[in-house]
Ligand binder design. Sequence first.
Ligand code: DON
Length: 319
Amino acid sequence: VVLVTPSYAKTPPSESRFEQVLSTAHALYKDVQAGANADYIPALAKVDSNLFGIAIVTAQGKVYSKGDVDTEFSIQSISKVFTLSLAMEQQGADAIQEKIGVNATGLPFNSVTAIELNQARAVNPLVNAGAMATVSLLDGDTDKQKWGSIAHWYNDFANRKLTVLDDIYKSESATNGHNRAIAELLKSYDRFYADVDLALDVYTRQCSVGVTTKDLAMMASVLANAGVHPITGKKLMEPENVSRVLAVMTTAGLYETSGDWAYQVGLPAKSGVGGGIIAVVPGKFAIAVFSPKLDKAGNSVRAQLAIDYIAEKTDVRIF
Ligand code: DON
């Protein structure tokens, strides 16, 4: 997608302006029709393409929102950020770097070539290979242990009990042969750390978790607040692990267009093929935007435009 930043005067980063900025972003991009729903997971093709929600949660826990922010959709690859966070807290930052990797692939999210080009590594935890390897690395070797810890962790970030969207889970389970091949390939290189069927199924379920745009902004606000949940006050992550997760989001959060994103928008972010994108302004706030139509790399077109606009108007680009 070509991001065109409007050349309006910048808004001071005052919270009182958030509502206005969100409303304007919504009005500016609600009629953009570029892109298409993901259809390699059949259930995603059926989601209403016109849905568009924008939410901000500040590091103090204030919520601002506009549009379809209470509609549930599948979290998809945005889940990778939170499973990475859990694995890093459990296993330590070195284990992530050594056993999975933290370099950019520069290639699509489900690339097999990236594995072959990187000495049989999964490459990084935000592409499919690395995300499945991250699930394999989590404590426990049963579904109950791995899924239980993920579900509990996501709920802590969202501050509510999330559920799996069964239609998405079934549709994705029936069509995830490519991911299975990736996991088997990693296993053959001793870069996969649990049973393939088990980790693949847990990964597929985590991608099918239903979230609203507000949930995603709430979850990401923990990363904006150095690992402490702004509402519950619970310390979920070490601040140095938050920094590392944000580093991987910067290099790989939008896959092969992560460089363009950092260059243009200048914020750590993560997309999902369900149409969501989260972006984090460290110490200040988190943004989540949802709209299903994706560009060729698998990133929501309207979400990219809205986040770019919000970053510009609130003057929070960190690059
Ligand atoms: O494994 C998959 O292909 C999906 N469950 C997630 C991919 C995804 O969200 C890529 N994101 N932009």
